[in-house]
Write a protein that binds this ligand. Sequence first.
Ligand SMILES: Nc1ncnc2c1ncn2[C@@H]1O[C@H](COP(=O)(O)OP(=O)(O)O)[C@@H](O)[C@H]1O
Ligand SMILES: [Mg+2]
Length: 319
Amino acid sequence: MSNQKETRYVDVPGPGRIPERDKGRGPVLECTHLGIEFGGLKAVEEFNIAVGATEIGGLIGPNGAGKTTVFNLLTKVYQPTHGVILLDGKDTHGMSTAQVNQAGIARTFQNIRLFDKLSVEDNVKVGMHNNVKYHLPSSVFRLPKFWQEEKRAHESALELLDIFGMADLADVKASSLPYGAQRRLEIVRALATKPKLLLLDEPAAGMNPSETEELMNNIRKIRDTFGIAVLLIEHDMNLVMGICENIIVLNFGKVIAKGTPEEIQNDPVVIEAYLGSQADETGSEGFAASAAKEAQKKKAEKEKAHMSEVEEASVDVEE
Ligand SMILES: Nc1ncnc2c1ncn2[C@@H]1O[C@H](COP(=O)(O)OP(=O)(O)O)[C@@H](O)[C@H]1O
Ligand SMILES: [Mg+2]
């Protein structure tokens, strides 16, 4: 099911492993013993991961498993009750949402959050405010510096939009874009903050198969164009298995498996806890059903091979 070459991984000190190609740069993200409690509920506990500088990682698990909470911890929407988050080796303890964004983490949300009344271009410019250097006097008096910055912002916004073939929509009001384009715009706006790590919360939700296919290509394009890491939460197993190099499975706030798509698809604990139930819910022949069938087929083949070995052996004996 995975349509990419398997990534070679190397162990790093601390909580995990990263792609061999990222070894020289160290992990862009490291979480150790990360956790949060709401009242008595441990929404996330003992979350330990490392993400390589150009790695595409996936976070999967049933509804309520704690996936979005992990993103909220990484972006300081919630301050962790336990553990440490290192961004590019730097402890983000005590940082605000704005500060971690400035330090290099950008995200999109499970439910689209755009400035509906603003144009597409202005939505992207909002993301760029981190990097645009307006000085109060020059913007109040509209001095040349202001217009230079304005021109630079306009050009960068168009450049970013162009990557996703959206430059010609720059003047359109965000709310009048079709659904798929709104989701794309949200990603472009996140990229405008120049992140080192992009977090995508269910980017394919509500998309049709061709939009999802396009999204997959765009996510790869983002990684290759900007050389950044992407961590995504997604239920669409074709997307997850198709583009994620490393996958973390959460269940009831705990990591129950970590591994390559291959490893995750063949992990009985994961199939039991998540992939199996996913097929039941959708009632369709989704990933889980086909994975289960595949496993069944392999088992049958093994048994058959074993039987014929036994038969051959017994034939030998008879001879
Ligand atoms: N602010 C909060 N207060 C109390 N409980 C919360 C809060 N945020 C999330 N939770 C709980 O944490 C658990 C994980 O939620 P969430 O991270 O949204 O799951 P997922 O994204 O995997 O579907 C759920 O039981 C949810 O109700
Ligand atoms: Mg969620």
